[in-house]
Design a protein. Sequence first.
Length: 295
Amino acid sequence: MRFAKYHGLGNDFLVVDLRDVSAADAAAAQDPARVIALCDRQFGVGGDGVLAVLPSTTADARMRVLNSDGSEAEMCGNGIRCVAKELHDRGGLRQPEIAIETGAGRLTCAIDAVDGVARSVTVAMGLPRLLRGEIPMTGPAGERCIEQALELGGAAHAITCVSMGNPHAITFVDARDDAMRLATTVGPRVEHHAWFPNRTNAEFAYVKDRREIDLVVWERGCGITLACGTGACATTVAAVVTGRADEATPVRVNLPGGSLEITVAAGLAGVAMKGPALHVFDGELDLARLVARPR
């Protein structure tokens, strides 16, 4: 079975197009143990996750996001750009817009192509969700969590929670260097905190000005990654609702692997994410031989 290695700002994935393979092979490629083996950077191919491209009855294709620990995520912002590029460049969908079904709904990807090759993708990410019941998190389902104190190890961290189809808990920091330090030390505890029944991604953001944010993300099921598209979107929404950024104004979000352009529509009516996706190489999988090494 062929796979394609992609990355979006260093957030790297194995994209497997399962639209025309047997049901048995499709199931094998999505098996959690095999996903773990594939993503192992020493004994496998290496990646932050596997993106399974599947048939859809409501869109051009469906994307299933499988994290490097074998768990499933509802959505992946960098991943959907990679899938859109694969579908456009080599998947038979050479069209200016591609609709992809995800766990966060049907999302439209606008392709910026040069000589038939997708160079960047702008994704209409849909409505941000701010209610506790939508994220999900504990507490009154109809309330928002805006800069509320989360106690961890005797210290309180003010978090704002947003779902972009997957959950995010954003903390704004006072100094740029604090973002990486807190992502490393506090991020794992936020991910597994009792407030979040499905765990959560944890963002640590330094606002440089109203149009630029430096961000480090501890990703649920992955740890620190070089970039997180949904995290950049959720952080920009959090900046808007806390008065740190403006609606209808592009915001540059700088992640360790590069930058994304995020625009939150007026009235929180939607979020647009623009960024690159790059093909790295192709390979062949022998699924029968692929097993996770003992941990």
